[in-house]
Ligand binder design. Structure first.
Ligand SMILES: [Zn+2]
Length: 376
């Protein structure tokens, strides 16, 4: 008992040290010094080729790679590898402690998987994304969001908690997450907003850029059009953005607009990706001057690497809510003007990109979008 208490204390102390270290990181890096430190290497040959391959086809370049992909902050592995690693740990604990209850096994499992170091990585990325989102909202012009709208959006972001075990009881209602790759946002029955991270994800993704994209996507759900609608909020800028998604065919057009936030609708997923790409562009920008071209390409690849179809047929991509990987990677990520600028891609040919300032064309077909203003 005493030994356990001692370990808990040591654990807390290490966590404390780590968090204070993170907060004391040098101030010259943007967004509060929460990004990882890396050792840039001199540029190798073939950098121009790698960049032009990516610029020509984001999806083709990112998803043709098999196995793990690397950037200076870490790797991204196929989903299945993380899940196998988590399951192996689970089996090993059961093998060594056959007399333990499932609660005891779970407690040990989360202690081994959610180490202070891995938790720290997620926690600091969570804070980085939160700060970056707040900054992006503050930066929007008055013609996009009023001061009140900005406050409401930032409150929703601030009010979203990150829940990371231990203790295992934190995920008591869904203990199989410990060995899953899932990262998700959810609103509880009593109105709390939280984000949870599956244990396998900690093994699958060690790249800071992937964690940033993933958490930013989930934060996006805290302020996605459907969440705002269910909270009784209606912002004109969101109507314009939705109109743009419909206009360019990002979201399938339903005659009955009320189905947009229904079971099989992609509006909230497209929004979450669109927002995550904006945050990822900021993440790439913070390293743009110290990374050489190959490293920057690696960072961009890793940010969205796990959106690709996985080799394992057991892990087929869920297309009921999420748009197809090709669309997410090629159109939402690869056509974002800022991402292209940072990577040195030049503008995508003939592409319009959606934003809050979108103005629907004054044509007959603009009629349905005008109606949406009252429904949102
Ligand atoms: Zn989502």
């Amino acid at each position: 008992m005493l030994l356990v208490a001692l370990f808990v204390l040591l654990d807390r102390f290490q966590q404390y040290l780590r968090s204070s270290e993170i907060l004391r990181a040098p101030a010259h890096v943007s967004s509060g010094g929460l990004r990882p430190s890396v050792q840039p290497k001199p540029s190798g040959a073939g950098a121009a080729h790698e960049r032009s391959a990516l610029c020509n086809s984001f999806y083709g370049t990112i998803c043709k790679k098999s196995g793990e992909s690397r950037d200076p902050t870490g790797i991204v592995r196929p989903d299945i590898e993380g899940e196998i690693e988590a399951l192996r740990i689970y089996e090993e604990i059961i093998r060594q402690h056959r007399d333990w209850t499932s609660d005891q096994v779970d407690e040990e499992l989360v202690k081994v998987i959610y180490t202070p170091e891995r938790r720290g990585r997620i926690e600091s990325a969570f804070r980085w994304v939160r700060q970056t989102l707040e900054r992006l909202i503050d930066r929007e012009r008055r013609s996009v969001f009023t001061t009140r709208e900005k406050t409401l959006l930032k409150q929703r972001i601030r009010g979203t908690r990150l829940e990371l075990p231990p203790p295992a009881a934190l995920y008591a209602d869904e203990p199989d997450i410990f060995t899953k790759n899932e990262v998700f946002y959810e609103r509880t029955m009593d109105g709390q907003r939280r984000m949870r991270v599956g244990g396998a994800y900690l093994f699958t993704s060690k790249s800071w850029f992937n964690v940033i994209f993933t958490l930013a996507h989930e934060f996006g759900h805290a302020i996605d059009p459907c969440e705002l609608r269910s909270a009784g909020l209606s912002f004109p800028a969101y109507d314009r953005l939705t109109a743009c998604f419909l206009q360019f065919g990002w979201v399938p057009f339903h005659k009955d607009r009320s189905t947009e936030c229904g079971e099989n609708d992609q509006l909230s997923e497209i929004f979450a990706d669109w927002l995550a790409v904006r945050v990822t562009a900021e993440a790439l920008k913070t390293f743009a001057t110290e990374f050489h071209a190959t490293q920057l390409v690696g960072a961009a690849v890793n940010a969205v690497r796990d959106l690709c179809e996985q080799d394992d047929p057991q892990l087929e991509v869920d297309l009921t809510n999420h748009p197809a990987p090709q669309f997410r990677i090629e159109s939402i990520f690869g056509r974002n003007p800022k991402v292209r600028e940072i990577l040195g891609c030049g503008p995508a040919p003939g592409s319009e990109y959606c934003g809050f300032e979108f103005q629907p064309p004054v044509l007959d077909q603009a009629e349905p979008f005008a109606q949406s203003q009252t429904r949102f």
